[in-house]
Each structure stands twice: as C-alpha cells, then as structure tokens.
Write a new protein. Structure first.
Length: 279
C-alpha cells in the first residue's frame, strides 16, 4: 500500500503559545492522571490504536471542514454563516491534538498509512458553486457531523475518569455546533435549489449514509471481541453504540434531510443491523 505515515508535530514557541491562548482548556485537562496499573498490555495497545484512529478521523474532518469553508466562500453564502464555519477547522485541529495526546497517555500513537491527497471526497467540479457547497455540507455536516453528536455524547456520558471525560466533553461541545450548522445551511440554501438538485443531494447523502452503515456492520461483526471492562478506556459497549447509531441515523439525519425536501433512498430502511436493536 502506498501512502504516507500519519504523524504530527507542534512548531512550539510563540506559535504554540498563541494556539494555547486560543484554546486554554486543552492544557487545563488532567493529563498524566490515568492509572494504567490494572490495564493489560493488550488493552493498552487497543487504546493506543483507538485514539490514534480517532486522531486521524479528526484530521480528515479538518480537511472536510476546510474544503467546505472554501466552497461556502465561493458560493457567497451569508457572511455570518461563513464566519461561524471558519471556526470549525480550528476545532478539528484541537480534536486531533486531544486524541493524539490520549494515545500518548497509553504509550504512543500507532501506525496509520494514508494518502494525504485522498482523505475526503471533494466536490464535482461540473456543479455550480451553490450545489458544490450543498453537496459538501450534506455529506460532511448533515450526515457525518450530525450522526457523531449523539454517539460522542453517549461515549462522554459513560466515561468516568476525568481525563477522557474532559477530552470527550470538549469534542462534544464543539461537535454540537458542527452538527447544527449543516441544517442551518440547508434552511438558507433550500429555497435556491430545484427539486432535481435536491434529489441529487439525496444521492450524495445516501452514499455517505451507506458508508457509515458499512462501518457499523464491520463493528457489529467484531462485537464479540474481548472488550476491556475498565472504564479508564472510556468506551461504550458495541451493542449499545450500534443501537444508538441506528436510531440516531433515522431521527437526526434522515428525517431532518427529508423534512427539507432531500429524498433519502428507500433501501436504507432495509439496511438494518442484524440484531443491534435486540442487544
Ligand atoms: Fe471533531
Ligand atoms: Fe466536527
């Protein structure tokens, strides 16, 4: 597999100080307080992998937010709407750092090889600026960010140790604004879009939703793998997670999209996880 190692650094000095002043809550978190004495080597490696994977997902989301920001500007979206979205890439960089530091708490990051030029699916260059940004917002915000809110909030809720609780709490707070943004954008854009264009957005949303369903099916298939019980790792049980994911996809993604005239493919109602609801 060709690609580059996912590695990060801080420049330090005045730049880091400026960054710290922008988000002082990061340094205020109780770093170095995890008691790993009862965590097995296997659990530690699983935690390093999970937090490194989360850091990479946040990094990708940062690219998605930056791409959307440029498209909002090109579409001459309302200035205040653009201004609100301009904070999102910074939020995601903070989330990258938080997750990467959590991996460090467990002994360091694990190896992720990625293609930096193919982290997110960009927009179709043949579309006009409004449709380009609408396509990005629907996929990245109305689906991706909106679904992450209940899942992160539930994960935050079960975390008991102050460190993962603080990390997840910060991410939940920021993501709440990201999740709302997609539908605020659509409420502005919808009157400017034809039924045909909305149908096309529905196809994009379907792709993004199916991508998530595939990930959940994969998670479902691995649900019986041994999970650490120690809450120091701050994870939800897989069955509960998938059940919540399934329900939230309907109420927080599909229903609000359809309420705005964006049709979601009927097959999705058949795309149920085998027995997530029963767990
Ligand atoms: Fe994030
Ligand atoms: Fe986000």
């Amino acid at each position: 597999m060709s690609g580059e190692l996912f590695e990060l650094e801080l420049l330090g000095g005045a730049t880091e100080q400026r960054f710290r002043r922008m988000r002082p809550e990061v340094e205020a978190m109780p770093w170095g307080t995890l008691d790993l004495s009862r965590v097995t080597e296997e659990q530690r490696i699983a935690a390093r992998k999970a937090w490194t994977g989360s850091a990479y997902q946040e990094h990708r989301t940062g690219a998605a937010c930056a791409l959307t920001l440029q498209a909002l500007i090109e579409a001459r979206a309302p200035l205040d709407l653009i201004a609100v979205a301009s904070r999102f890439p910074l939020d995601e960089m903070v989330h990258v750092e938080l997750c990467a530091r959590m991996a460090m708490e467990f002994g360091g990051g694990t190896e992720i090889i990625h293609d930096p030029k193919a982290m997110v699916v960009g927009c179709d260059a043949s579309l006009d600026p409004l449709m380009q940004v609408a396509d990005l917002v629907v996929r990245f915000f109305c689906v991706g960010e909106a679904i992450s809110i209940p899942l992160l909030r539930a994960t935050w809720h079960v975390a008991k140790h102050p460190l993962p609780k603080a990390v997840l709490g910060r991410i939940v707070k920021d993501e709440a604004a990201h999740g709302v943004f997609g539908f605020t954008f659509l409420d502005w854009a919808c009157s400017r879009l034809s039924d045909e264009e909305k149908a096309r957005l529905g196809v994009s949303a379907d792709l993004a939703i199916r991508f998530l369903f595939d990930q959940w099916l994969d998670l479902h298939a691995r649900r019986d793998e041994p999970r650490p019980e120690d809450d120091v790792l701050g994870w939800m049980q897989t069955g509960a997670y998938l059940d919540l994911a399934n329900r939230s996809m309907q109420t927080l993604v599909i229903d609000p999209l359809e309420a705005r005239g964006i049709p979601i493919s009927a097959q999705l109602s058949e795309f149920r996880l085998p027995d997530a609801a029963a767990e």
